[in-house]
Design a binder for this molecule. Structure first.
Ligand SMILES: NC(=O)c1ccc[n+]([C@@H]2O[C@H](COP(=O)([O-])OP(=O)(O)OC[C@H]3O[C@@H](n4cnc5c(N)ncnc54)[C@H](OP(=O)(O)O)[C@@H]3O)[C@@H](O)[C@H]2O)c1
Length: 234
């Protein structure tokens, strides 16, 4: 029960890694709410909000609602993210903008909304979900890699700015996972990844969520501004 009595908001929690984060955090004792943006009736429940990370007003409203219901938010995971498997020649300007917007601007807008309360309460933990593709040379689309590298910069700079309020900001950068955005990976890329991965397999959503739960917990009290790579040793 590492997250007993914690109140956590996870963006993009309707499936993939976000859903695993919600389940693991709840199993560790946290109250959990999550967002999603698409048509997903299965995602609609009492703790979910259909609000895009790019909807500034909707995000602020949701944060106010949650703070009224819970009295505050202790943990934010900026997990919502998108990936398109496109080579440079086929990349439209609109594709670039969409990926940069959801993956980077979304984390900025949600963090800004949640941080006001965290700063007032002088405590909190934010975890940004980055990617190995933002840290190491990877055969992945340039807009995705650029967006995930930006998440590393955002993590460092935000961590510096809010450390004085007792708030920690870190980034978890997974390699290829068994589900989620890794699904559409071309076969040759998957084979290549597995060939160079020391552990010889893809990461699971659950093991990623377990590490995330530790990173946002009070047990991880002296780490901030850090990006933790979790890729089975590629
Ligand atoms: N899976 C991997 O191999 C892997 C590896 C490294 C990093 N990551 C990162 O892990 C994070 C989660 O990815 P995933 O693999 O779990 O992907 P996924 O299965 O496609 O899930 C993405 C989640 O984000 C939500 N989402 C997408 N756009 C959104 C928006 N504008 N506003 C709010 N929610 C939005 C989706 O719901 P809606 O579509 O309904 O909005 C869904 O709940 C991403 O940041 C991804 O880059 C994944």
């Amino acid at each position: 029960m590492r997250l007993r009595d914690k109140r956590a908001l996870v963006t993009g929690g309707s499936r993939g890694l976000g859903r695993a984060l919600c389940r693991t955090f709840a199993a560790e004792g946290a109250r959990v709410a999550f967002t999603y943006s698409g048509e997903d009736p299965a995602a609609a429940d009492a703790k979910s909000f259909r609000v895009s990370v790019l909807d500034t007003e909707g995000t602020e409203r949701m944060v106010r609602e949650l703070e009224e219901a819970w009295g505050g938010i202790d943990i934010l995971v900026n997990n919502a993210g998108i990936l398109q498997h496109l080579p440079l020649a086929l990349l439209e300007e609109a594709d670039w903008d969409r990926v940069m917007d959801v993956n980077v601007k979304g984390a900025f807008l949600t963090s800004r909304a949640v941080l006001r309360g965290m700063i007032r309460r002088r405590s909190g933990a934010i975890l940004n979900i980055g990617s190995r593709a933002g840290v190491k040379m990877s055969e992945a689309p340039i807009h995705y890699c650029a967006s995930k590298a930006a998440v590393v910069g955002l993590t460092q700079s935000l961590a510096k700015e809010v450390a004085r309020y007792g708030i920690r900001v870190n980034c978890l950068a997974p390699g290829v996972l068994e589900d989620g955005v890794g699904r559409g990976l071309p076969a040759h890329r998957l084979a290549d990844y597995l060939k160079y991965c020391s552990l010889g397999r893809l990461g699971t959503l659950e093991e990623t969520a377990r590490l995330a739960a530790f990173l946002v917990s009070d047990a991880n009290s002296y780490m901030t501004g850090e990006t933790v790579l979790m890729d089975g040793g590629v």
